[in-house]
Write a new protein. Structure first.
Length: 311
């Protein structure tokens, strides 16, 4: 039965992978935004793609994540103020760009500047300015694809570099990530702002699992994906001690005591802690307050699959 699950995972990955037309739609969307960025900042800003699109670990519904790195810095090293200024400038130009060009029949009856401003403000472009990381959330009218645009946050591209390295080290990482991303997405447990586990954290969780397994079974032949998925669900759904143990993937991976890092939260002792490989002072999952729901989902999946395989 585990071998059957292995084949099902491969079939799922093949099915979920983007078609040529889906890839083209993303490339066209990105191309249009890149042009608006170039026009807005007159070639002084750098656009970098990060996240699942850059690592090729995206689902059909995944956003495209980009960061705009501007040369402009505010006084005393505070970049948030200058980032907000850049955000407003870009948002203004995006609203009047050809991303939102629609048939003239759509805007029939607009005969004043005030009506036009109302129409422009109704377009699918949202500014998130109060968050720790200010964002533009943009939807492409043509394809329905979504994009998150941030400013001067260099950790995103650095995280993508880390994941690309692990993808080379662990061939199993890509299929497991796509399956588990879909698993969490279907249960609305994949967004950090609602307490879920984000893409970067999930990838690190899988990497840690593969690192520990490699240490324990270094002489064994490559395991099939079905068994790996089952063991992953068992580890993080049943065995792993979220209360005391933290995870690091640096230098072939290790576990550590959360208290030693000062990451034990007495009010939320159940929180998962994963050390950021690009910033060891940062706990990647400190905001994933819904981790108990994630653990419960993993646990249920383990017992359901284990029961099915044993039959």
């Amino acid at each position: 039965k585990a071998k059957t699950l292995h084949k099902e995972i491969l079939n799922f990955v093949d099915w979920i992978s983007p078609t040529v037309s889906e890839k083209f739609a993303r490339e066209e969307f990105l191309k249009k935004v890149r042009q608006v960025v170039r026009d807005t900042f007159h070639g002084t800003a750098k656009l970098e793609v990060f996240g699942s699109y850059s690592t090729d670990l995206y689902l059909p519904t995944s956003d495209i994540d980009i960061v705009i790195l501007t040369e402009k810095k505010s006084e005393y090293g505070n970049t948030k103020k200058s980032s907000l200024g850049s955000l407003y400038s870009l948002a203004k130009n995006l609203r009047v760009s050809d991303l939102f060009m629609v048939p003239s029949s759509t805007i029939t009856g607009i005969d004043s500047d005030e009506q036009y401003e109302t129409y422009i403000s109704s377009l699918p472009l949202q500014l998130i300015t109060k968050a720790r990381v200010p964002l533009i959330k943009l939807t492409d009218l043509k394809s329905g694809l979504m994009m998150d645009i941030s400013f001067n946050m260099e950790n995103g591209p650095k995280n993508a570099v880390v994941i690309k390295k692990f993808l080379r080290d662990f061939p199993e990482l890509k299929p497991l990530t796509l399956v588990l991303k879909s698993f969490l997405s279907n249960r609305h447990l994949n967004e950090v702002y609602t307490g879920g586990v984000g893409s970067f954290a999930l990838s690190l969780l899988i990497v840690s699992f593969l690192q520990q397994r490699q240490k324990e079974r270094s002489n064994q032949p490559k395991s099939d994906l079905g068994q790996l998925l089952l063991d992953f669900f068992e580890l993080y759904g049943v065995s792993f001690n979220y209360y005391s143990t933290g995870i690091s993937v640096i230098n072939h991976g290790r576990y550590f005591k959360k208290e030693k890092y000062g990451w034990f939260d007495e009010f939320r002792p159940f929180l998962l802690s994963i050390e950021d490989p690009n910033d060891t002072t940062n706990d990647v999952t400190k905001s994933s307050y819904g981790i108990l729901q994630v653990r419960e989902a993993f646990s249920y999946a383990f017992y359901t699959l284990a029961s099915s395989i044993q039959k």
